[in-house]
Design a protein around this ligand. Structure first.
Ligand code: HEM
Length: 473
């Protein structure tokens, strides 16, 4: 029998708030919550919304590796640090669900894709897509990435000013559309809908204040997100229908999904395929976009690191396009370390929201079932007891001998366990290919010298983009 889709989650904000309050009452009447900041406070909610990292680090210092924080109307139990990360993602991963926790907040845009489902539905969906993320298939995508990157840099000259975040979002979406879905970004479907702008509008919903996210009706952030979703759906459903009609297939995930057969031989329906495609389009471009911006932000502040990286690239590549083996096989160790350190300081998917599926005990604290729980790579990557001088950008932390000394679970930019990021190899390849190509001909100056403001939802990224001035090398 084909597998039933997961039970729909209510999109009524009030219903969700009441459901949260009810399950909180049950939890409080049971084993209660670990110590922390559990009183309602709009001030704390705003501080967390604007800058969650200092709030989490301060609580970790006061309460230890497990604590409770009341954000807006609900308590969330945070587990921070190497042991906590290992506990949530690997050793006790089956104690936690994704859909019932705050990951489920993404359902109004993503639907029931890999990020928002659990159990058998998740296992079968992931199995259907895994072949597309194998080494050979990802290696083949480099031949689609490189012409896209070359074309995007075509208009760059000494003195060109641009926003690197918007630039990379457009580029990463074009790459995702072409390499992952075999969709022509210049075809009428994608061009007219302008996917990058629609994603910016849609994702802007989660960057607004919590109170604003509750509102429904015309001209609310919700309405804007739903309109963007509708326009993105036109692209995705349009391509699904076109492929079904024409029978056209290629070495892309959409082809894999269209031809996938469940264990009983039944095909995936359009809605399921749409949800997986939308999830991969989101996860596959938003994370790489902010990582490229953060990487160049740091290189602009650490010119000696940039110099060392450029020397390595010049010596190994002689101004030629790198191969997959060069980019991913350890032949460019400086590039590897610069990316690793960027993802330590700024792990794009900084929070892993879950809900406890059963009671558990961690570090002497008991937590009941049905409680919102989260681990955080961002906070874990900034613990002074694990990382010396955690705010400093020091790629050599990832030299092999230093890396070998890191405790298990200390470094987790791609999550861990059986739900480790499925796009890790693709994302790393793409970021390295973009970085190497930019640095071949250019250096980037950051146009403003103030501190970088970071927006935190749904992934971290420069809040006001990253305005840069291009300098020819
Ligand atoms: C720098 C790039 C990226 C970073 C830092 C990143 C980070 C992560 C993290 C931390 C998780 C686990 C979240 C959790 O435990 O709650 C995750 C899951 C996931 N990522 Fe990525 N990601 C990146 C690129 C990509 C790309 C390029 C794709 C798709 C092409 C992708 C697709 C996914 C999907 C579908 C999942 C859910 C996997 C599952 O539950 O089975 N990611 N990612």
């Amino acid at each position: 029998m084909s597998l039933a889709p997961p039970v729909p989650v209510s999109q009524s904000s009030l219903r969700r708030v009441f459901a949260d309050l009810r399950s909180e009452r049950r939890a409080a009447a049971g084993v209660g919550y670990p110590p922390g900041e559990t009183g309602f406070s709009m001030g704390r909610t705003r501080r967390f919304n604007a800058r969650p990292l200092p709030v989490l680090l301060e609580c970790h210092q006061r309460f230890g590796p497990i604590f409770t924080l009341r954000i807006f109307h609900g308590n969330i139990v945070f587990l921070i640090g190497p042991e906590a990360n290992h506990y949530v993602t690997v050793s006790h991963a089956d104690h936690f669900t994704w859909r019932d926790g705050h990951m489920g907040d993404l359902i109004p845009l993503l639907g029931d894709g890999l990020l928002t489902v659990d159990g058998e539905f998740h296992r079968r969906s992931r199995k259907a897509m895994l072949p597309a993320f194998g080494k050979e298939r990802v290696a083949a995508t480099l031949t689609q990435m490189q012409p896209e990157i070359d074309a995007a840099l075509h208009g760059w000259n000494d003195g060109t000013r641009l926003d690197l975040s918007s630039f990379t979002r457009r580029l990463a979406l074009r790459i995702a559309m072409r390499a992952l879905f075999g969709l022509d970004p210049d075809g009428p479907l994608a061009r007219d809908a302008d996917a990058a702008t629609q994603f910016e509008h849609a994702l802007g919903f989660w960057a607004t204040e919590y109170v604003m996210q509750i509102l429904r009706g015309p001209r609310t952030p919700w309405a804007r997100m739903q309109e963007a979703r509708r326009r993105l759906d036109v692209i995705v459903y349009g391509e699904i229908h076109r492929r079904r009609r024409s029978g056209e297939r290629g070495p892309d995930i959409l082809s894999l999904l269209l031809d996938a057969r469940d264990e009983d031989g039944s095909a995936l329906d359009d809605r399921h395929i749409r949800d997986e495609v939308m999830t991969l389009l989101f996860a596959g471009h938003d994370t790489t976009t902010s990582t490229v911006a953060f990487l160049f932000h740091e290189l602009a502040r650490k010119r000696h690191e940039e110099r060392a990286l450029v020397d390595e690239l010049d010596a190994a590549l002689h101004h030629r396009a790198p191969t997959f083996a060069q980019l991913m096989g350890g032949a460019l160790p400086r590039l590897d370390r610069v990316l690793d350190e960027t993802l330590r300081l700024y792990p794009a998917a900084w929070i892993g929201p879950r809900q406890s599926a059963r009671p558990f005990e961690f570090a002497g604290q008991r937590v009941g079932a049905d409680v919102p729980v989260a681990y955080s790579s961002w906070a874990s990557h900034h613990l002074p007891g694990v990382w010396g001088d955690p705010e400093a950008f020091r790629p050599d932390r990832f030299a092999p001998e230093a890396r070998a000394l890191l405790p298990k679970g200390a470094y987790i930019p791609f999550g861990g366990g059986s739900r480790t990021c499925i796009g890790m190899r693709f994302g790393q390849l793409e970021i390295k290919a973009i970085t190497a190509r930019i640095l071949r001909d250019f250096t980037l100056e950051v146009a403003s010298d103030g501190p970088l403001a970071i927006r935190q939802m749904p992934t971290i990224g420069p809040r006001d983009g990253l305005p840069v001035i291009v300098r020819a090398r």
